[in-house]
Write a protein that binds this ligand. Structure first.
Ligand SMILES: [Zn+2]
Length: 620
């Protein structure tokens, strides 16, 4: 068989009947023509490989670049996920375009893997290790080479040679020796690493299960491996997420369960709402079409106070980032400078919303535009909350009560360290101790526990003796801090919202009161006029019946009252299972885990008190 290939002159099509005979894999039409340009940004292709590891429940994923003394440069992606059997590996190729991802997963193997690697380099080799229950170790190697297909004019066919090895790294002989020899031969000729190095490549997978993907014949000049030994750069870009792979990967997942290592240095993930002030949560119902049931979409809003250039809307699918800082919507255009720092994220159900095949944006533009319009509305609502309540009452504590909330935004930015409030490139000045304290209280300190890899929020400054990377749950300051405890992500998106509602209620009562008083005054005036004409006395004023006024007062006092004690459990029980959703934007009362923050407890109590007010004063 080797002789056969050797004899087949390059440029002359392979004998079709021969290929039919040896090929188990399915024909994939125009494979290389259609796949390579899907990932215009090679970072998104690399993220696709990270997804595969993430979906395979890997705890570690590393990206490395090699420049061997002789031979070609290559990229290596190693994970300690489930690994794959030979059958599963073949599925990677044969099930290409039709793989259906299991619920909750980001897109395990299938089209993503092959397309993604094809857009980084012209050849990829996959090494995978699986350990069965009886400690039986098996290795599988698979390769797809663009050059092989070009040389033998296999335009509409993809042929991926596979080999299996045992735990001693010996080739597992198959019945079809000819095919095996041919596979070996093709790998030797076209593989990114020589076949003699297969053993050392397999040895790199130290965990019981895992996958190593090697991509060779890298696309020329697209990626810069030389200017930063711990990063991969795209120099033609300005924004740090476009420029640096490290920055690109930081906010990729909402969870932090998989540790990503890039060229020898761990990537500390970015909590997307890490530096958000005035967190606020808005839910709305979204219906793609009349036939489909409506989906609840939650918009988590905030003001990004640390990296103001990271504002805009971040779209996640099943916890995986698909669009970062989207701003092509009315809210950001109309509010212009005043929208600086305004940000939100939505985590969409990947079963209901399909991301585009390269996971940048949406597969259906119409759905996306419809969703954007809804989010636009939500952002306007959020802006209203900020300008009519948060900035005046919460942040400035009524210090500038008479000033317009819109004007106060400028003052707010100055106050927290931005001398030029509306210049997006203005860096933040070193913080005053007051601003530092506020920052800590408002945003907290977000840490990924090095043991359980859960995000936890602390509210005290980091102990300088601790390295953030090495901190684990029991070193945090807040009370219930066990590893793997459900107490995670104290994001507090719904607390301030409640305060706003109290505020709205109080305003409504005050207005009602004022109106009544006005009415009464008018009455008094009338009476006085009448009485005055008769006997010139005004004693009647005191006797004017003050209808319902006391009731209003009581109600108001009740609401401003501080809670004596919070029975968290009770609140949980009282929470309604399902609320009726309005057509338009409305908020849900969601149970949140308790926080050490005092305001939180007060808010929880208030939240309970306010259950009945929700209906009276819907947020719109
Ligand atoms: Zn932990």
């Amino acid at each position: 068989m080797e002789a056969f290939l050797e004899n087949a002159r390059i440029g002359v099509p392979l004998d079709k009947t021969f290929l039919e005979k040896i090929r188990k894999e399915q024909i994939v039409k125009n494979f290389f023509k259609t796949t390579r340009n899907k990932y215009e940004n090679p970072f998104t292709a690399i993220a696709e490989l990270a997804d595969n590891a993430h979906d395979a429940d890997a705890k570690n994923f590393s990206i490395d670049f090699y420049k061997p003394y002789y031979g070609n440069e290559r990229l290596e992606f190693l994970d300690d996920g489930k690994g794959m059997s030979l059958d599963e590996m073949l599925t990677v190729i044969t099930n290409y375009p039709r793989t259906r991802k299991p619920a909750g997963k980001i897109g395990r193997y299938g089209r993503g893997l092959v397309c993604a690697t094809a857009s980084i380099g012209k050849v990829f080799m996959m090494f995978t290790k699986q350990t069965k229950e009886e400690n039986e170790v098996s290795y599988t190697v698979l390769m797809v080479s663009h050059q092989f297909h070009t040389d033998y004019v296999l335009n509409d066919t993809i042929y991926a040679p596979c080999l299996s090895y045992n735990e001693k790294f010996e080739l597992v002989k198959t019945e079809d020796v000819d095919t095996q020899n041919l596979n070996r031969y093709i790998m030797e000729q076209y593989g990114p690493v020589p076949i003699s190095e297969v053993k050392s490549m397999l040895q790199k997978i130290e965990s019981p299960n895992g996958t190593l993907i090697v991509v060779g014949n890298l696309e020329n000049g697209v990626l810069d491996f030389w200017n930063n030994p711990h990063d991969i750069l795209r120099n033609e870009f300005q924004h740090k997420r476009d420029k640096s792979l490290r920055e690109f990967l930081k906010p990729l997942y909402l969870d932090a369960k998989m540790k990503i290592r890039l060229r020898g240095a761990d990537i500390y993930p970015k909590k997307v709402c890490e530096y958000w002030a005035a967190r606020f949560e808005i839910d709305f119902l979204f219906q793609k079409s009349w036939e489909e049931p409506a989906e609840v979409v939650t918009v988590h809003c905030g003001i990004e106070v640390e990296n103001r250039e990271s504002d805009g809307i971040h779209f996640y699918f099943n916890g995986r980032l698909a669009l970062f800082g989207y701003k092509d919507m009315k809210f950001f255009k109309e509010k212009s400078k005043r929208s600086i720092g305004f940000t939100a994220y939505v985590n969409l159900n990947g079963e209901k919303f399909q991301p585009a095949t390269n996971k940048v944006g949406f597969s259906i533009e119409e759905d996306f535009q419809k969703l954007v319009r809804k989010i636009d509305k939500a952002m306007n609502k959020y802006y209203e909350y900020i300008t009519t309540f948060w900035i005046t009452y919460t942040y400035f504590n009524q210090q500038y009560k008479d000033q317009n909330g819109e004007e106060l935004i400028e003052l707010f930015w100055n106050d927290i360290g931005y001398p030029s409030a509306f210049d997006p490139h203005c860096p933040r000045e070193p913080l005053s101790s007051k601003a530092k304290e506020w920052n800590l209280k408002e945003c907290g300190v977000w840490i990924v526990c090095c043991k359980c890899r859960q995000w936890k929020r602390d509210h005290l400054p980091l102990d300088p003796n601790f390295k953030k990377e090495k901190m684990h749950c029991s070193q945090f300051h807040y009370g219930r801090s066990r590893c793997h405890s459900l107490v995670s992500d104290h994001e507090r998106f719904d607390v301030t919202l409640r305060e706003w509602k109290i505020h709205q209620k109080v305003l409504a009562i005050k207005k009602e009161k004022a109106e009544k008083e006005e009415e009464e005054e008018e009455q008094v005036e009338e009476v006085v006029e009448v009485q005055g004409e008769e006997d010139g006395e005004i004693y009647i004023v005191e006797d004017i019946p003050n209808i319902e006024r006391s009731d209003v007062m009581e109600e108001e006092e009740e609401m401003e009252e501080e809670p004596e004690e919070l029975d968290h459990e009770l609140w949980e029980e009282e929470e309604p299972e399902e609320e009726e959703y309005d057509e338009e934007i409305m908020e849900l009362t969601k149970g949140r885990e308790r926080d050490d923050n005092d305001n939180f407890e007060i808010a929880m109590k208030r939240r309970r008190d306010l259950e009945d007010l929700d209906e009276e004063f819907p947020l719109r």
